[in-house]
Design a binder for this molecule. Structure first.
Ligand code: B4P
Length: 190
């Protein structure tokens, strides 16, 4: 099984690139952001809880997110591999994922990061906010809070995966096709 983590700042293009990568490598795509938004839309208990954090640009608490992710993995017992998009976002989530996969005799093969400058990404999110209906994309203050959350809680994951020899960085600026080609050049080696 090949398990890949797609990593990057808010708006780096994780969701955009996952659409191509899941087809090309026959991976089960699990986007925690998409799963939370699905639950918000359907007004589940989980969605109501997640909304209180997401609308402010805060991360949803680890315990809730980890449990949700594990249950999504369990729903796909025949998967050839997972593409984790937006998870893990904290060291606690990464440690929980490693332990969970290890309990199944599995592991993360690679973490691929989409790199881009904050100012370009803020502009992308504000542009998406005009049509996405996402409350976390529409207000620059909330967007800036997402970057603060990233810097404090998510950026340390780079060193975590580097220490495991599993971290690969790719330039996330350029056309969507150009970025896909760069990601493929890394993933083709596995
Ligand atoms: P996510 O849904 O993961 O969202 P994201 O970081 O905004 O987006 P992504 O990087 O996927 O960007 P996209 O491709 O859409 O998270 C949202 C929220 O959910 C978090 O803030 C948090 O509250 C919560 N959450 C999710 N996971 C969590 C976890 N593990 N723990 C706790 N909380 C969690 O691209 C963005 C825009 O750029 C799009 O408009 C796209 O069209 C455009 N774009 C993409 N690639 C481009 C390119 N090459 N050139 C130009 N534009 C491009």
């Amino acid at each position: 099984m090949i398990n890949i983590v797609l990593f990057g700042k808010p708006g780096a293009g994780k969701g955009t690139q996952a659409e191509f990568l899941k087809e090309k490598y026959n991976l089960t795509h699990l986007s925690t952001g998409d799963i939370f938004r699905y639950n918000i839309k359907n007004e589940t208990e989980l969605g109501q809880l997640a909304k209180t954090y997401m609308d402010k640009g805060d991360l949803v608490p680890d315990a809730v997110t980890i449990q949700m992710l594990q249950s999504e993995v369990e729903k796909n017992p025949d998967s050839a591999g997972f593409l984790f998009d937006g998870f893990p976002r904290t060291i606690a989530q990464a440690e929980a994922l490693d332990a969970f996969l290890a309990s199944k005799g599995e592991s993360i093969r690679a973490t691929v990061a989409l790199e881009a400058d904050d100012e370009i990404l803020v502009a992308r999110l504000l542009e998406r906010g005009k049509t996405s209906g996402r409350p976390d994309d529409q207000d620059e203050e909330k967007i800036r809070n997402r970057y603060q959350e990233y810097n404090e809680k998510t950026a340390p994951l780079m060193a975590y995966y580097q220490a495991q020899g599993k971290f690969y960085a790719v330039d996330g600026i350029g056309s969507i096709a150009e970025v896909t080609a760069r990601l493929s050049a890394v993933l083709d080696t596995f």
